[in-house]
Write a protein that binds this ligand. Structure first.
Ligand code: SF4
Length: 453
């Protein structure tokens, strides 16, 4: 698999910063709305709150035993944006090729401007693999992404998450203990889960979205399953249906439902598995008749999009092209003109030869960046409220400055490591995906604001 690093076009001088937009709303300089006033505060204001923890949405309970982010030193908390920018730039220059900084598409602009590569989680993990010279891989994303980078990088490379509280609420919805319990209950209903029928298929194949913990990827690898991304989910489900009579899909119910529905699986054969209820809340008969069992998980960002927003966009912008991410609810995907992965959305805009109005249903940092990159088009977020991925937003530039200066001082903070007993089967599940159909990996990009460094 070859990787081509494609530079993005230079960005015109417009401010795509969600951070600035939120500050303007809070000070009254803008009449826009934000989904949470908490977003205006520094993440360190929340680190000390009970109930604010790794991988959790604001207010969620911290998973037992989860590591906590120590309080960021005051020098970083009190520095202004320009000082942090200069400190990051100086520390990065001092480290040279010893460090590579990865910025997710959904990351805030103040951090992405320092990234060596920008992309989705798998693109970035693959990019990390292509830099074996780098001793430290600073992943400005969320926890499961850093774990995936650790799975794919060299054993001597340290993968670092600048703020340990940057988790993913969706990934946390599939807890390994709950998944093991689900498997146990399914075996009581479906019989021996390793038994192969006359067509060579087992009762159920577990499939996990990339947005899941390494523990879940390891579970899937141990049980004959596979990982998928939003760009290859259909191919992966075809792979699974060739080997199993049904699929257990987690953590994102919407990606599972939207993909299986497009393949012709009836909704009545897609029961939901709620881990808090016996048999997930379904009857034994429903599970026996099922084709896809959907885990009760969702992305709090993509769940916000509604059919009403699409109707409004069409009313206000005749001819608008509506593209949404498949993590959106089914009725939103059905109402949109198109649905596809982050990379699909970017390519659709890139391929539009005539000036076009796009209404996009995905995370707002990405949408604003696309609007800045493609000024020949009108591009706006379907959701009128400024609401970034609140967990990824915890990678404030202060944490990036602290991380890099720690590295300069010879210390390695916040290293994310996946133990061998989990990593080995997790890699098996990833390799099955790559053999079935690699996700798009040709476009981790140089950052949009490289010229502003
Ligand atoms: S956008 Fe949703 S799925 Fe992606 S990291 Fe944030 S919470 Fe997780």
């Amino acid at each position: 698999m070859s990787i081509t690093f494609v530079p993005t076009p230079a960005v015109p001088a417009i401010d795509a910063s969600v951070d600035h937009a939120i500050q303007a709303i809070v000070t009254g300089a803008s009449t826009d709305a934000t989904c949470s006033t908490d977003l205006a505060a520094g993440p360190w204001d929340f680190d000390i709150r009970p109930g604010y923890g790794p991988g959790s949405s604001m207010g969620d309970v911290i998973p037992t035993g989860a590591p906590r982010q120590g309080e960021l030193p005051s020098a970083y908390r009190e520095a202004d944006e320009e000082e942090l920018h200069e400190r990051i730039r100086a520390a990065k220059a001092a480290l040279g090729d010893r460090v590579v900084i990865l910025g997710h598409f959904y990351q805030r602009e103040e951090v992405v401007r320092h990234a060596d590569y920008v992309g989705d989680s798998f693109q970035l993990a693959t990019a990390a693999k292509g830099r074996p010279d780098a001793e430290a891989i600073v992943f400005c994303g969320v926890h499961f992404m850093a774990e995936t980078a650790d799975l794919l990088s060299g054993p001597e490379q340290a993968v670092i998450l600048p703020n340990l509280a940057a988790g993913c609420s969706m990934a946390d919805m599939a807890d390994i203990d709950q998944v093991e319990e689900c498997w146990e209950q399914l075996s009581e209903v479906l019989g021996d889960l390793d038994a192969v029928d006359e067509e060579g298929r087992v009762p159920v194949i577990p499939v996990t979205y990339m947005n899941s913990s390494a523990a879940i990827k390891g579970f899937v690898g141990r049980h004959g399953g596979i990982v998928c991304t939003s760009s290859n989910a259909q191919t992966v489900l075809e792979w699974a249906f060739a080997r199993g009579r049904r699929v257990l899909f987690f953590p994102d119910q919407h990606l599972g439902r939207n993909t299986a529905k497009a393949m012709g699986v009836p909704l009545e054969q897609m029961p939901m598995w709620n881990p808090r209820r016996a048999l997930g809340g379904s009857s034994a008969e429903e599970l026996v008749e099922s084709r896809v069992i959907l885990w009760h998980g969702f992305c709090s960002v993509h769940r916000r999009f509604t059919v009403g927003q699409i109707d409004q966009a069409r009313a206000e912008h005749p001819g608008v092209r509506v593209i949404v991410h498949p993590e959106c609810p089914m009725e939103v995907v059905d109402a949109a003109d198109e649905a596809g992965s982050t990379d699909y959305i970017r390519r659709a805009i890139d391929n539009a030869t005539e000036p076009t109005t796009f209404a996009i249903g995905t995370e707002i940092n990405l949408v604003r960046r696309l609007a800045a990159q493609y000024p020949q088009h009108e591009i706006f977020c379907l959701d009128p409220v400024v609401c970034p991925c609140s967990t990824m937003y915890r990678i404030h530039p202060g944490y990036l400055a602290w991380t890099l200066e720690e590295l300069v001082a010879g210390r390695t903070p916040n290293r994310i490591t996946v133990s061998a007993d989990v990593a080995d089967p997790a890699r098996v599940a990833l390799e099955r995906m790559l053999a079935a159909k690699p996700p798009v990996v040709d476009a981790p990009q140089t950052p949009v604001a490289a010229s502003a460094r």
